[in-house]
Design a protein around this ligand. Structure first.
Ligand SMILES: *[C@@H]1O[C@H](CO)[C@@H](O)[C@H](O)[C@H]1NC(C)=O
Ligand SMILES: *[C@@H]1O[C@H](CO)[C@@H](O)[C@H](O)[C@H]1NC(C)=O
Ligand SMILES: *[C@@H]1O[C@H](CO)[C@@H](O)[C@H](O)[C@H]1NC(C)=O
Ligand SMILES: *[C@@H]1O[C@H](CO)[C@@H](O)[C@H](O)[C@H]1NC(C)=O
Ligand SMILES: *[C@@H]1O[C@H](CO)[C@@H](O)[C@H](O)[C@H]1NC(C)=O
Length: 436
């Protein structure tokens, strides 16, 4: 009896120590990595110029190259192709930027039910792995990696994503998948392996107790579902995803979610107050330095969002019928109506589960019954930022994001009075997508 106890205790302590060591080692190796980067040659051929930070040093990922010729593969008459043809499998990519309500809109698909395999921000890992010592990423390299990881995930293949996980999965088992619990598909019965005592999972399932994520099981579950949806705030340019639209194995629909950049900034200024200390000072009286890092970032984001939308709305042949633009403000005011439109666009049945989730989590019940005051109330919620964003800063946004505001139908304000005048809505009614 005693020996048994001792053995279990020793075993448990050993596990705890191993876990701690792992943490320390990974922290130390993060630091080492930072120091090593300057000498690291960043340019090899093809995709292997992306050097992954596994195991404390950059590793050129040659094994990735072998998974890589995906794009160049001849068009096979393979099972996925047939699946698209016969099962009507749809692949939905929800594209957004941060603070646009994308987690909320993602729920429209996450709640769809047993037919849907939904992933929440899988590209988080890719971005993290590709972050350079300067803090940014090489946009060209990242775009390529995002595109290829998304393509594989839409085919239920996690192998490429696995190479970006840290620590690397062992036998396709991981404890580190970012926000696993935000994908109900990854916490479903069939993807729930037994809990292993002493193994810590940061993003553990909330609905049921599951052990580490077995990505083979996830992949099998994905293949059994009829439709697949992924949400991401990391893709910068829609055009970089063209190969996905042209892949005959996929029937992809892009939904781009946008929001008034002035409101996004107001929200960021609350969430990341320290970053915007300068801005608050300018608002008090100083001049806005135009070469400010944050101003440049703001402009870059606005331009990317606008350019993606211009391509989508321009309906080039490769995107025809595959692109929909949705404004956050419309979803906040008319969630049921917009969800219905989104589902019609994707060609997937709008299930009672989704409807009841929306009813529970919004004021849509009133919208449906036609109570006008609801609209007014929601408009107020949506435009609350107007009372927190200093006019001067609103002007800066209008200056650097002017064409973006115009394209999406957000009215410019010309004075402090107009900014805070509740009787003037800054959201123009605008129809972007003629649904066919
Ligand atoms: C990490 O590095 C150690 C020592 O350098 C090596 O023994 C181990 O196999 C490496 N692990 C991986 C996953 O590459
Ligand atoms: C693909 O397979 C289907 C059924 O197996 C067959 O009817 C069709 O002709 C094939 N198409 C091509 C291009 O080989
Ligand atoms: C970014 O990556 C591309 C290859 O995808 C490379 O050609 C380019 O030189 C890189 N840029 C920088 C600044 O490292
Ligand atoms: C992961 O799941 C697959 C498929 O169900 C199974 O064959 C494999 O043994 C599992 N791996 C582990 C380590 O349990
Ligand atoms: C809007 O509606 C919510 C919920 O019904 C309520 O709590 C809030 O006070 C309303 N706001 C205004 C400004 O009427």
């Amino acid at each position: 009896m005693r020996i048994k106890y001792t053995i279990s205790i020793v075993f448990f302590v050993a596990l705890v120590i191993i876990e701690k060591e792992n943490n320390i080692i990974s922290r130390v190796s993060d630091k080492l990595t930072l120091k090593q980067t300057p000498q690291t040659p960043l340019q090899l051929s093809g995709f292997s110029h992306i050097l992954l930070k596994h195991n404390g040093s950059f590793t050129s990922l040659n094994k990735m190259d072998s998974t890589y010729p995906l794009m160049r593969q001849p068009l096979e008459n393979n099972s996925e192709h047939q699946e698209v043809m016969t099962r009507g499998t749809k692949h939905i990519l929800l594209l957004a930027t941060t603070r646009t309500g994308s987690s909320f809109v993602g729920e429209f698909f996450n709640q769809q039910g047993d037919n849907m395999f939904y992933l929440f921000e899988p590209l988080w890992h890719v971005e993290k792995m590709l972050t350079l010592e300067t803090g940014g990423t090489n946009a060209t390299a990242a775009a390529k990696a995002y595109r290829d990881v998304l393509q594989k995930l839409f085919l239920c293949d996690f192998s490429l994503l696995e190479t970006f996980l840290e620590p690397l999965p062992v036998d396709h088992i991981t404890t580190a998948l970012f926000r696993r619990e935000s994908s109900s598909s990854l916490c479903g019965e069939s993807v729930c392996s037994p809990v292993i005592r002493g193994v810590f999972e940061r993003y553990h399932c909330r609905t049921r107790r599951c052990g580490p994520l077995n990505l083979t099981m996830a992949s099998e579950s994905c293949l059994r579902k009829q439709h697949r949806a992924i949400k991401s705030v990391r893709v910068r340019q829609l055009e970089t995803l063209r190969p996905l639209a042209e892949d005959p194995r996929l029937d992809i629909k892009f939904i781009q979610l946008v929001r008034d950049p002035r409101a996004v900034l107001a929200s960021r200024m609350v969430a990341f107050a320290a970053k915007y200390r300068n801005w608050k000072q300018w608002a008090m009286g100083g001049d806005v330095p135009i070469d400010d890092e944050e101003v440049r970032k703001l402009k870059g984001n606005c331009d990317n969002i606008r350019m993606s939308a211009e391509i989508g709305l321009g309906q080039p042949p490769w995107l025809r019928g595959r692109y929909m633009l949705v404004r956050y403000e419309d979803i906040a005011r008319f969630p049921m109506k917009k969800a219905t439109e989104m589902y019609r666009f994707t060609g997937i049945p709008f299930t009672p589960q989704v409807k009841s989730w929306i009813l529970k989590n919004t004021q849509a019940s009133k919208e449906a019954s036609g109570v006008y005051s609801t609209k007014k109330n929601s408009s107020e919620q949506v435009e609350k930022w107007r009372f927190s964003l200093p006019f001067k800063i609103a002007q800066v946004v209008q200056k650097v994001c002017g064409p973006t505001l115009k394209l999406f139908g957000y009215k410019f304000v010309s004075s402090e009075e107009m900014l805070t005048d509740k009787s003037v809505s800054l959201i123009e009614d605008k129809v972007f997508n003629k649904l066919t």
